[in-house]
Design a protein around this ligand. Structure first.
Ligand code: PEP
Ligand code: MG
Length: 438
């Protein structure tokens, strides 16, 4: 229940199921951490807390929620532990750990503006996943090569109704301007699953297999056309927009979406004959397993693709990404997932389709290393991951990463893969990145 209305500094918010709206209620700077009894580290709300740099624990079982109110506690999100009324000794120990963590982050920050280049001279474009935090993330334009995923739905989720075309245009223009001249990949509305709009009711038995992403846009062309037109108008005079379509599973969806794009473009040109309206690149997300096998055809239709490894993992492993009970099974280091990611890279190279990855895996240093070895040269992630990944890849060579990858692809479990990646990090003096709880 929303009992507390006054959130003191250093609040740890404990909820049955934490939602983005609950996060928004706490004054900025007062939130020290969150605990959600339900949900998992791959849910939409979790991606939001990670982007905000807030320590979080998801899916903690048997928590007597109401007994903690007002008690001091330590939240250790690395280890997934919560200490209630901790002893002074524990407090001191954690103060020291926090200090070490800050020192490490300062080391990442010190290289924030350096080029993201490996020891053997390979440049890897590091892009930002943006849109979740409406204001702050636009100040970070100078540390990235652009935006690889702008989640437009986050803004829709904060509104009380569908924003008008003009409101959208103004908003998108502000975003495109902040990153100009670097590219901004704007994803069209990706609601459904665990992303809900208060003013657009979707009730389903299996929301992640239901009405999601492009399916909704194609069933509501009036919304889709509005959004496309707003993007195209916002891009006038700038030219750094790219448009990306989420949750594509079949050729009909690609064709229909491209057809509606043509309609939007044609109608705008008719209404504003004096304006020079650019045609942005249009790409698709690879999130549904069928899409991986359609690249021979789709590479002729679209300009680029980006792997949504969060959903791709969910669908390849048949694990609901927001369900705490099966959270342990959600593992992008599963050899099956890694082999698919590697196949995507070679197919895209084969068909000369520019490709990137924008799921959480790319923001994990060990994931980034494997992806770079597979051939990915564009990775999109949140800001704190970006600093960390840049710092790591500047200390490694692609040749070494490739050697690691070939060993990982030959493993049969995620555990074995992670043992290899962890050893690799230790051998390359990157052990500081791993915190080991006592
Ligand atoms: C993904 O699925 O990997 C992705 C980037 O999209 P979202 O997390 O918003 O579903
Ligand atoms: Mg997705």
């Amino acid at each position: 229940e929303h009992a507390i209305k006054d959130y003191p500094p250093n609040t740890i918010l404990i909820a049955n199921t934490l939602t983005p709206a609950m996060l928004a209620e706490v004054p900025k700077g007062h939130l020290a951490g969150v605990v959600s009894v339900n949900g998992s580290a791959n849910s939409h709300a979790s991606i939001l807390t990670r982007a905000m740099g807030i320590p979080a624990i998801w899916g903690i079982e048997d928590l007597p929620l109401l007994q903690f109110d007002g008690k001091p506690m330590i939240l250790d999100a690395f280890a997934g532990r919560l200490y209630i009324s901790p002893s002074q000794m524990l407090l001191d120990e954690y103060a020291d750990l926090q200090h070490q963590d800050n020192l490490l982050n300062n080391r990442f920050l010190a290289e924030q503006e350096y080029e993201s280049i490996t020891l053997d001279g390979e440049h890897v474009s590091l892009l930002l996943n943006a849109g979740l935090e409406l204001k702050t993330d636009q100040n970070n334009a100078h540390v990235c090569d652009g935006v690889g995923l702008y989640r437009t739905e986050a803004w829709f989720m904060q509104k009380g109704q569908f924003p008008s075309q003009l409101e959208q245009e103004n908003w998108y223009r502000e975003v495109l301007t902040s990153y100009y001249p670097n590219p901004v990949v704007m994803r069209t509305l990706d609601i459904g699953g665990d992303k809900v709009l208060d003013y657009f009711n979707i009730t389903e038995e299996n929301p992640f297999l239901g009405w999601r992403g492009i399916r909704i846009s194609l069933d509501h062309p009036e919304l889709f056309l509005d959004q496309l037109k707003a993007m195209l108008k916002a891009n006038i005079g700038l030219g750094n927009l790219k448009i990306m379509l989420p949750m594509i599973s079949g050729t009909e969806e690609v064709d229909e979406a491209l057809g509606l794009f043509e309609q939007a473009y044609f109608e705008l040109n008719e209404h504003f004959p004096e304006q020079q309206i650019d045609r942005p690149d249009i790409g698709i997300m690879l999130e549904v397993p069928s899409s991986v096998f359609m690249l021979p055809e789709w590479s002729k239709k679209v300009d680029f693709c980006s792997v949504g490894s969060n959903d791709l993992t969910q669908y390849l492993l048949a694990v609901d990404r927001a369900n705490a009970r099966v959270a342990e099974l959600f593992n992008p280091y599963h050899p099956g997932v890694l082999r698919v990611l590697s196949k995507i890279a070679s197919e895209c190279e084969n068909y000369e389709l520019p490709f990137s990855l924008c799921g959480e895996l790319g923001g994990d240093p060990e994931g980034a290393i494997l992806l770079i070895a597979m051939g990915y040269r564009r990775l999109s992630m949140n800001l704190s991951s970006l600093n960390k990944v840049k710092w790591v890849l500047r200390r490694l060579s692609v040749a070494d990463m490739e050697q690691l990858l070939s060993e990982c692809l030959a493993q049969s479990t995620a555990k074995q893969v992670l043992r290899l990646t962890r050893n690799f990090m230790l051998e390359h003096n990157l052990g500081d990145l791993f915190y080991t709880p006592k």
